[in-house]
Design a protein. Structure first.
Length: 463
């Protein structure tokens, strides 16, 4: 036997080692035919969790801000829990992790958990949607129940909580994930799976920036592009995916040892106009800002940007948890979301084969992007569907709601003048009836209320 290259019947490249990429890699290895000799190379210019995934808040539940079950929420929830289990078992069985306290819910001191299973609490803050939310709560998933609770019950969970409408929605089965630790462990699980295959499988992490996917064409059976908000840089794909970028800053707050009122050990994380992802009794992450159209990919946050974020988030968090005023800024990180358009099913990721855009062979190039603000929820199930489609060279295994972007015409409108030009263009496309409008910020400020489709204007999905 000479080199690995000739050993493997199928060779796949996965670009990007975030939630999307690592999930696809896991499913390529584990959902392929048992006798197939298969090799997966995962490329990332920074490393595992180098993009938005590594900094994300890690909050996980299957509901919309109004408490409605999201599109295919049951499947997404189930497959995500499955991957969390895979990652937890690989880290607890690994010698590089020392003891059972690492496993997650046994020790929740700062950064010392992979999955914190303490539930999530959403205080009701809008009287108009209260009845709707209560109705939605009654239609929740049995595997992730939503309890409607009043102030007394809420105070037992989080003392000094402030419920403006004396009502909150509690998801006891929801959780928050330490995204870096989770991704590292899931990759470790991929390596273990390859090892256990006794040479049948191989997975390698390649730290390299890919600037043109055609370079990889000859080497691989298929290339799965999971580059998050940077997918737009690839030749052939620039401007072809209906994505808007949105930078988010997350602040890290600590409560000084000498200060009273630490967060209760078993207390849930909180979702409101700002969210609190609890890391421990004196550690939490508070997020997140929404800077639309930012092109700043840096995870570093300057002192100036951090204090702006703090000034924006603190009043929102303090409205439901006034104690937060006592906590101090200990750091901040940022990531760039790749936001897909809002459809009648909500904001859905963009998947599909993109040979026609890139100009390669057939079933060669695939995209898995636009995970928006819910990458964690979506990555498990969609990573599985993606791997199935790639392995069998059949795009139809992907739900059409996720591939429909390929059949749409993208018009970007950034000013009133452009709107007029675009409307003319729009008319010629009406027969296709599928048109996406991307509207740049600032446009609405110009006082034009005549946008034919208000939906994409909505200011993002809120956790
Ligand atoms: C502030 C913030 C908070 C969030 N909170 C939550 C949350 O609580 N829950 C939730 O579910 N989601 C949350 N999200 C959303 C979530 O982070 C994203 O949906 C998800 O991370 C997208 O995953 P991805 O794998 O598509 O992209 P990414 O994680 O961005 O992965 C892309 C990878 O590709 C690599 N890469 C890019 N270009 C190249 C290249 N040319 N060559 C090689 N490698 C390259 C990058 O280094 C990166 O590692 C949050 C996002 C932000 C910004
Ligand atoms: C696994 O793949 C890598 C990269 O493709 C290659 O360098 C290595 O030789 C392979 N390992 C085996 C055991 O084939
Ligand atoms: C949890 O971990 C911290 C830091 O590693 C340690 O100091 C503490 O004793 C641990 N607590 C428990 C209950 O194991
Ligand atoms: C991106 O943000 C960082 C941190 O706030 C800042 O230092 C850097 O200058 C920004 N980069 C660009 C291109 O704006």
């Amino acid at each position: 036997m000479t080199s690995g290259f000739f050993l493997y019947a199928s060779r796949y490249a996965v670009l990007g080692a975030g939630f999307a990429g690592i999930s696809v890699a896991w499913h390529l290895l584990n959902d392929s035919p048992k006798d197939l000799r298969l090799s997966v190379d995962v490329y990332d210019e920074i490393g595992i969790g180098g993009g938005a995934s590594g900094v994300s808040g890690g909050l996980l539940h299957p509901y919309s801000p109004k408490g409605k079950l999201l599109w295919h929420g049951a499947e997404c929830w189930r497959e995500c829990l499955e991957l969390l289990n895979v990652a937890e078992s690989s880290s607890s069985s690994s010698s590089s992790y020392t003891s059972a306290t690492e496993k997650g819910d046994t020790n929740e001191s700062f950064g010392n958990f992979m999955v914190r299973r303490r539930g999530i609490l959403r205080p009701a803050t809008n009287a108009k949607t209260l009845d709707l939310m209560s109705d939605n709560a009654r239609n929740c998933l049995a595997s992730c129940v939503v309890e409607t609770i009043d102030n007394d019950v809420a105070q037992d969970l989080v003392p000094n909580l402030c419920l403006p409408l004396n009502r909150a929605f509690y998801y006891p089965g929801a959780m928050n994930v330490n995204p870096q630790r989770y991704l590292q462990s899931l990759f470790l699980a991929c390596q273990n799976s390859a090892k256990a295959s006794l040479g049948r499988q191989n997975i390698t992490l390649v730290k390299k920036s890919i600037n043109d996917v055609l370079e990889l064409e000859g080497e691989y059976d298929a290339v799965v592009i999971c580059l998050g908000s940077k997918v737009d840089f690839l030749p052939g794909l620039t401007g072809k995916l209906p994505l808007r970028t949105c930078r988010g800053v997350i602040t890290h707050l600590q409560l000084h040892e000498s200060a009273s009122g630490s967060y209760p050990e078993g207390g849930p994380s909180i979702l409101s106009d700002a969210w609190l992802a609890v890391q421990g009794p004196r550690d939490l992450h508070m997020g997140s800002t929404w800077e639309w159209q930012s092109r700043n990919y840096s995870s570093d946050v300057s002192a100036e940007e951090a204090s702006r974020a703090l000034a924006e988030l603190l009043p929102k968090a303090s409205a439901v948890y006034p104690e937060i005023e006592k906590w101090e800024l200990a750091g901040a990180r940022a990531g760039l979301r790749a936001m897909p358009p809002v459809t009648s099913h909500g904001s859905l990721p963009l998947l599909g084969c993109v040979d026609q855009l890139i100009g390669g062979g057939s079933c060669k190039f695939w995209v898995f992007g636009g995970l928006g603000s819910r990458g964690l929820l979506y990555h498990g199930w969609l990573g599985k569907l993606m791997a199935k489609a790639v392995l069998s060279c059949n795009e139809e295994l992907i739900p059409s709601e996720l591939t429909s972007w390929k059949r749409k015409t993208i018009l970007t409108i950034s000013s009133t003048l452009k709107l007029k030009q675009s409307l003319r263009k729009l008319r010629s496309h009406l027969a296709e009836d599928l048109v996406v409008l991307l509207v740049q910020p600032g446009f609405r400020d110009q006082g034009s209320g005549c946008c034919p489709n208000q939906e994409p204007l909505r200011c993002g999905e809120r956790w």
